[in-house]
Structures are given as structure tokens and as C-alpha cells.
Design a protein around this ligand. Structure first.
Ligand SMILES: Cc1cc2nc3c(=O)[nH]c(=O)nc-3n(C[C@H](O)[C@H](O)[C@H](O)COP(=O)(O)OP(=O)(O)OC[C@H]3O[C@@H](n4cnc5c(N)ncnc54)[C@H](O)[C@@H]3O)c2cc1C
Length: 506
């Protein structure tokens, strides 16, 4: 792509996952166009240091950069991820997997789950999961790459990675530096604005060096050094809807089978994650400080680990929400500097990717046209709001009332956008599709059915179909899934035998 822009210098402030993803993408797109890209990071400050589960879209990001999957996986101790297992969300004792894939085919515009709803009405007790290759493969700790024959169930899914995000940043640093990005070690202590337009003119480091640029990308983490510290963008606090505001994280040894999925277990005042990598398991407890103390949250996490700890627990604080302006004047905020939504559906790294994609699509000139900036902010606001609604769905599609947190959610007035989506579902199992948004209808179906939000009806066109034919088709699909999973290798063996093996090779 040619970027028709007179921008000559870009300065990225921050070298976490967001900073190095941005640097790598800019290096790839701007290489050879004479644009100087610098990235400032401070070893003294460090990075947030958590973030292990991703979404399938990250594969497209890496592919655009020309990164080979096995190189990436080896460098980041990655495992494959077919979805997220949710435990104790609808009721204590419940479990379901939100897979990266469909439940059966869509025939004549009718997704298969409507036929399943019809069968269920007639007394059929099969789980919808039995029609999903990624769910059954995940339940059996198996993995294979998707096939290319769209008629086969082996092609009906996507996958992502569970990896060490710090190692990912390091990997992308090598990539970006090899393509001309200059890394500057130093701590920004001052940000100067130009008097005329209020743009950021330059930043001053602790050792007195001054770095200027036409465009600044703020990847400085929660502090939002430029977007908030200097430009006062403002923050929309969404704690009312998503009150979890703290986390405690701890890595453990690997024990037992290597699941190709992340686990999120609901607790009394939040939820606990478990993310298996090749060399360790990441664990954490995301919780709400109004409903549990830090010490009790940590004790709850430690009591629910399934293997010895590899390090001391780390505590983190955050406020759920988003910057009012993601892009203001000549500063674009990406990553935690742009906002944060709790990691229940592994969306933060994806939102970084969205920020980068939108920035490349609307790459500015030095005129910084307000129309481009408005469009970027409109799109990013939608990305954030739709993720927010999907996360909130997990807390409100539930029968739980056993603690103060769950009672808080039962009394909550939902955002109109989410309420409308739930209402349409309850009537006839219809998922209002977004024209723009991350989670597609099968994801909504997974969570709503997985958390006992049963629709009253289904697509009436199903009634025009013969019940015996529906039942026969369903049985054939179930059989195909079971057979395909049977022929699928064990996840750990699959990695161990491939060039992606790192910690697992040992
Ligand atoms: C509890 C928790 C769990 C998470 N789990 C997931 C997950 O499973 N999946 C997922 O996708 N995401 C997850 N995330 C989010 C993920 O960690 C972040 O989105 C990702 O790491 C990006 O962080 P960042 O680069 O924006 O910020 P940071 O990692 O905080 O990096 C900020 C950078 O700015 C630099 N910096 C700051 N101030 C200065 C200064 N004054 N001068 C110079 N440099 C400066 C720092 O040195 C650092 O390099 C999680 C987040 C939390 C809090």
C-alpha cells in the first residue's frame, strides 16, 4: 500500500504489546517511504506484563506482517486456542465452551441451531455442543488446523493462540527494528504542545534528550501519558456496567492434559482465568473491590490453583472504560492508553489490532483533517461498546444470586444496545447481526444458550421442514463431528511434533 502522506516522523511512546504491534505494523506499511519511526520505552517503568489469550483475528495481523506461525509460537511459548470454557456462569456447576466456530451449517439462511431448538422442543436431549467440532475437540484436548473443504466439519472453525504477550512484544521488536524502527530507551518526563494548534510538539526524556514528531502514538499503558496527561481527552468510566476493577495474577507449573482453550470460572466477586502455555499456566482472578478485599481475592485465587506457583502473585488495578477521544489532534492512543475492558473474552490485544487497522486506513497528513479523526473515533467507540455489551451479557445471562456481585447485576439497567439484542433473542432465537463489530452471531448463541437464556421460539421456517429429515441431518452432523474429533491428534502431541515446539519440546 502506498501511504499518500506528508508525515515524516512518527513517535510511539511505550514498548508493551501495543507499542511493538504498532511499530511492527507501521514498519511493514511505511518501510521504504522515508518515514522515520521511533519508539520510546522505559525499562525502569516496565510493561503491564499480563495478557496471554488472543482471538483468531491475530492470525491475520501476523500474516500481513509475513510472520510464520511456527516462528511466532516457538518464540512466545504459544499453544493453540479453540475457544473459552466458562464454568459456573449460568448456575454453579454449569460449564460450556464459547468456540471459535459455528454450530452446524446455515441452510437457506437458517442457522442450524434453530433446527436444534425444534428437536429440543420435541424432547431431543443432545447438547448443541455435539454439533460443533471445536467444542468437542477442546473437550477432548485435541487440535488440528482447519481443513479447506467447506463441506467438512473440519473446516468449520477458527483458532487463536495462548501465548506470553511480553515475548510477543519482544518478537515484534526484532521484526520492527529489522525494518528500520529506532528504539529509544528512556523515560518521558515532559510533553510540550505547540502554541498554535495544541498539537504535541515534542517529548523530553529524563536525560534531557528531546524527540519531536509529526504524529505521536500513545502506547504508554493505563497512564495515557500523551492522550490524557497532555491532551486531557477524558475517560468514559463504564464501572457501572462492568464493576470489576482489580486483578491478581500468578503463573503455575503445567499439570495434566494441555487444553486448547482458556478457562474462565465465575467466582463470588469476579472470575478466575486459567491459560495454558507451553512452559507454564497463567492464572488470575479479576474481581470487584466493592465486593471483596484484595487479600480475600488473592486467597481465593491461591486456593483454586491446580499446580505449584512459579512466582509471587502480582496485583493490578484498572478502571473499565474508554478514552473519550482515542485520537486527539496529532496523538492516537492504542492499547491500554485508549481504554480497558476486562479480559473475559480476550479482547484487549484484539482492540490494539483494531486501533492499528483503523489508523492505517485513515493514516493522516500533517493537516490532520478533523473528518478523519472523527471517523477514527466513531469506529473505535463502536469497537469498544460492542465488546462491552458482549462482556456484560456474561454477567446478566445468569440465574446466580448467591453473592452481592451477582445481585448487583440482577438489578442493573442494561445499555439499550444490549437490551435490544437480548429481547430479539428471547422472542425467536434471532441474533441481530452487527454491521460492524467483533463478535458474530455464533458467539452470542454460545453465551446465551450456555448461560440458560433460552428463546421462547425459533425461526418459523423450520416448521416447513420435515421433522424426520431434521433429525436425520442432525444425527449425521453429530456423527461427522465425533468421527472428525476421533481422528484429531492430542493438542500437546501436535505441538511437540511440530516446529512450533518450545517449552513443550523439553
Ligand atoms: C489483568 C489483566 C489481564 C489481561 N489479560 C489479557 C488477555 O488474556 N488477552 C488480551 O488480549 N489482553 C489481556 N490484557 C490486556 C493486555 O495486557 C494489554 O492490552 C497489552 O499488554 C497491551 O498493553 P500496553 O502495551 O497498552 O501497555 P503496557 O504493557 O503497560 O506498556 C506501556 C509501555 O509504556 C512505557 N511507558 C509508560 N510510561 C512511560 C514513560 N513515562 N516514558 C517512557 N515509556 C513509558 C512502558 O515502559 C511500557 O513499555 C490483560 C490486562 C490485564 C490488566
Amino acid at each position: 500500500m502506498t501511504v499518500a502522506s506528508d508525515i515524516e516522523r512518527v513517535c510511539i511512546v511505550g514498548g508493551g504489546t501495543a507499542g511493538w504491534m504498532t511499530a511492527a505494523a507501521l514498519a511493514n506499511r511505511l518501510h521504504g517511504l522515508g518515514v522515520r519511526v521511533q519508539l520510546i520505552e522505559s525499562d525502569e517503568i516496565g510493561t503491564v506484563g499480563v495478557g496471554e489469550a488472543t482471538l483468531p483475528h491475530i492470525r491475520a495481523f501476523n500474516a500481513t506482517l509475513g510472520i510464520a506461525e511456527s516462528d511466532l509460537m516457538r518464540a512466545t511459548e504459544a499453544t493453540y486456542k479453540l475457544g473459552i470454557e466458562f464454568c459456573d456462569w449460568g448456575r454453579i456447576g454449569d460449564r460450556y465452551i464459547h468456540p471459535f466456530g459455528n454450530y452446524g451449517p446455515t441452510d437457506d439462511g437458517i442457522p442450524f441451531y434453530h433446527q436444534w431448538l425444534r428437536l429440543r422442543e420435541q424432547g431431543d436431549t443432545t447438547r448443541l455442543d455435539e454439533y460443533s467440532f471445536p467444542v468437542i475437540a477442546a473437550e477432548n484436548n485435541r487440535f488440528r488446523h482447519p481443513g479447506s473443504d467447506v463441506r467438512q466439519v473440519e473446516s468449520s472453525f477458527g483458532y487463536a493462540y495462548q501465548f506470553d504477550a511480553s515475548l510477543y512484544a519482544r518478537f515484534l521488536r526484532r521484526y520492527a527494528e529489522a525494518r528500520g524502527v529506532e528504539r529509544v530507551e528512556g523515560k518521558v518526563v515532559d510533553v510540550a504542545l505547540d502554541g498554535e494548534r495544541g498539537h504535541v510538539r515534542d517529548v523530553t526524556l529524563a536525560d534531557g534528550r528531546v524527540l519531536d514528531a509529526d504524529l505521536f502514538v500513545d502506547c504508554s499503558g493505563f497512564r495515557g501519558l500523551l492522550i490524557e496527561g497532555a491532551l486531557r481527552s477524558g475517560y468514559d468510566d463504564w464501572s457501572n456496567w462492568l464493576p470489576c476493577n482489580r486483578a491478581v495474577a500468578v503463573p503455575t507449573d503445567s499439570r495434566g492434559p494441555l487444553g486448547p482453550y482458556t478457562r474462565a470460572t465465575a467466582r463470588t466477586a469476579g472470575w478466575q482465568w486459567r491459560i495454558p502455555l507451553q512452559h507454564r499456566v497463567g492464572n488470575g482472578h479479576v474481581y470487584c473491590s466493592s465486593f471483596i478485599s484484595d487479600d480475600d481475592a488473592q486467597a481465593q485465587l491461591l486456593a483454586n490453583l491446580d499446580a505449584p506457583m512459579q512466582a509471587e502473585p502480582r496485583r493490578l488495578r484498572f478502571t473499565t472504560g474508554r478514552r473519550r477521544d482515542f485520537w486527539k489532534r496529532n496523538v492516537v492512543a492504542i492499547g491500554l492508553a485508549s481504554g480497558f475492558l476486562e479480559p473475559l473474552e480476550s479482547t484487549s490485544i484484539h482492540l490494539i489490532q483494531d486501533g492499528i487497522t483503523e489508523l492505517l486506513a485513515l493514516f493522516p497528513t500533517r493537516a490532520f483533517d478533523p473528518a478523519d479523526i472523527d471517523e477514527y473515533n466513531r469506529r473505535m467507540a463502536l469497537h469498544f461498546e460492542r465488546v462491552r455489551d458482549f462482556l456484560l451479557l456474561h454477567y446478566v445471562a445468569t440465574e446466580r444470586e448467591d453473592s452481592e456481585m451477582w445481585r448487583h447485576f440482577r438489578a442493573l439497567t442494561l445499555p439499550d444496545s444490549l437490551q435490544a439484542k437480548i429481547d430479539a433473542w428471547l422472542t425467536r432465537g434471532y441474533v441481530v447481526p452487527y454491521q460492524f463489530g467483533l463478535f458474530l452471531p455464533p458467539s452470542w448463541v454460545a453465551v446465551m444458550l450456555g448461560q440458560r437464556l433460552m428463546p421462547k421460539g425459533y425461526d418459523p421456517r423450520v416448521l416447513a421442514q420435515d421433522d424426520a429429515t431434521i433429525a436425520a441431518r442432525a444425527a449425521a452432523l453429530r456423527g461427522a463431528v465425533a468421527q472428525a474429533v476421533q481422528a484429531t491428534p492430542d493438542h500437546a502431541d501436535y505441538i511437540r511434533r511440530s516446529p512450533a515446539a518450545a517449552g513443550l519440546a523439553a
